[in-house]
Design a protein around this ligand. Structure first.
Ligand code: LLP
Length: 408
């Protein structure tokens, strides 16, 4: 991802910053759009993954919808050019102010997460003489086999409405004249690489839509949420997710009739690989038990490793002396059949705990990282940081807000 011209460009810049490869973002969006639209699936981009203006601008230009979880995300999506009739609004705690704002913008749909919320949306819509489109977010009680903190679809989680509450939901929908029931919504969790989880989700969606139909409701929208994972370990080899296989699961296992639409809310899979956090080594502290590489970026710029024990690949961009060996296999007639490029690092390496400057012991990107022997001033890239990176940055320790730099 980083050629010498780019590293030279980085050398002139103040660190830390997020570097966005907008070409890779566009390529990812194109692959996703082609794979989804082939099945007539609708994709809403989950704004929470990254609401950097350039990123949003690129995504909306490809005609994706937006999945929002706050009033401000609804506003940002619309201001950025997403069409309001392609905006969905989820969240367990929508305030009256946020609901009113979304009603005023005539968004496509509210994903309602409790019986009480249905009543509130109905009352606020009635006061404006409007009807609000509703999808019921159902907690499918499916284990996403992902990190505990990013699992959302189990009964112990706060999200969605449990299936045993659905009779009350049906009664409430019948009593609320200012709600228009559109369909059902699910989201099982994030960073899911096991596609069987989505197969199980399809079974649940099929079961639930039948339940609503038996109750006399027309189910027009099946919204299956997001959650598709990315490869944090091999960002260059797998820089674009296998969207084909993902959408194929839903094409194969979801029961969809001609009047229905299938909607997705993808965040991470669209934006994770297009950005890296670039920082500099401030100090190298060699101890008896540990060697510390102290960076000028920390948990205030990228909190995922500290919050979810998330793995991000760490590279020293200033020490890239390597030998590229081309191994080729040839046929009997001498023609080259396949070629493989293997990179051998020529630098002596050391194991480091790569840490940030924040006054917290948890401010550590990873322990025991093997890197070329590093020195003050070296540029360090922390990869696959485009999703839940810049947007989760904080001002703790009164740090400067992290900057963004874009591919040319
Ligand atoms: N839809 C709903 C209702 C969601 O709650 C989420 C993510 C998404 C869609 C998008 O999921 P994705 O396709 O990005 O997996 N900060 C955590 C991830 C939190 C995900 C929250 N919900 C992390 O850094 O891993």
């Amino acid at each position: 991802m980083f050629n010498s011209a780019l590293v030279n460009r980085f050398r002139q810049l103040e660190t830390p910053f997020y570097y966005y490869d907008l070409q890779l973002l566009k390529a990812t969006l194109k692959v996703c759009a082609d794979a989804a639209f082939k099945h007539h699936f609708h994709v809403h981009y989950a704004m929470k993954a990254n609401f950097n203006t350039e990123v949003l601008n690129t995504i909306q230009s490809l005609d994706f919808g937006a999945d929002c979880v706050s009033g401000n995300e609804v506003l940002a999506a619309i201001n950025q050019g997403f069409k309001s009739d392609k905006v969905v609004f989820a969240g367990v705690g929508k305030s009256d102010k946020e609901i009113n704002l979304a009603l005023d913008r005539d968004i496509f749909c509210f994903n309602a997460e409790s019986v009480q919320e249905l009543q509130i949306i109905n009352d606020l819509a009635a006061a404006k003489g409007k009807t609000a489109n509703i999808a019921i977010r159902i907690n499918p009680n499916i284990d996403a086999h992902t990190h505990h903190f990013i699992t959302t679809g189990l009964e112990e989680n706060k999200f969605g409405i449990n299936t045993w509450e659905l009779p009350v939901v049906a009664a409430k929908l019948r009593q609320c004249p200012n709600l228009q029931f559109l369909g059902i919504h699910f989201h099982v969790g994030s960073q899911i690489n096991d596609l069987t989880v989505f197969r199980d989700l399809c079974s649940k969606v099929n079961e639930m839509q039948l339940w609503f139909q038996d109750e006399g409701f027309k189910v027009k929208i099946l919204n299956v949420g997001g959650g598709l994972g990315v490869d944090y370990h091999q960002p260059d080899q797998n820089n674009i997710v296998d969207f084909e296989s993902y959408f194929q699961v839903f094409a194969d296992y979801l029961q969809v009739n001609e009047a229905q639409e299938v909607h997705f809310e993808l965040g991470r899979a669209l934006v994770a690989q297009c950005a890296s956090l670039i920082s500099r080594v401030l100090y190298v502290k060699n101890g008896i038990k540990k060697n510390f590489l102290i960076l000028d970026a920390g948990m205030t710029e990228l909190i995922r490793p500290m919050l979810y024990q998330a793995y991000h690949q760490i590279e020293n961009l200033s020490k890239t002396d390597s030998l590229k060996v081309r191994k080729s296999e040839s046929l009997e007639d001498g023609k080259i059949q396949s070629e493989e490029l293997t990179t051998y690092n020529l630098q002596p390496t050391t194991h480091y705990d790569v840490v940030g400057p924040i006054c917290e012991s948890t401010d550590c990107f990873r322990t025991d990282v093997e890197l070329p022997e590093s020195e003050r001033g070296d540029l360090i890239a922390i990869r696959t940081a485009g999703a839940y990176g810049e947007v989760m940055a904080s001002g703790y320790n009164l740090r400067d807000h992290v900057q963004s730099v874009y591919s040319e």
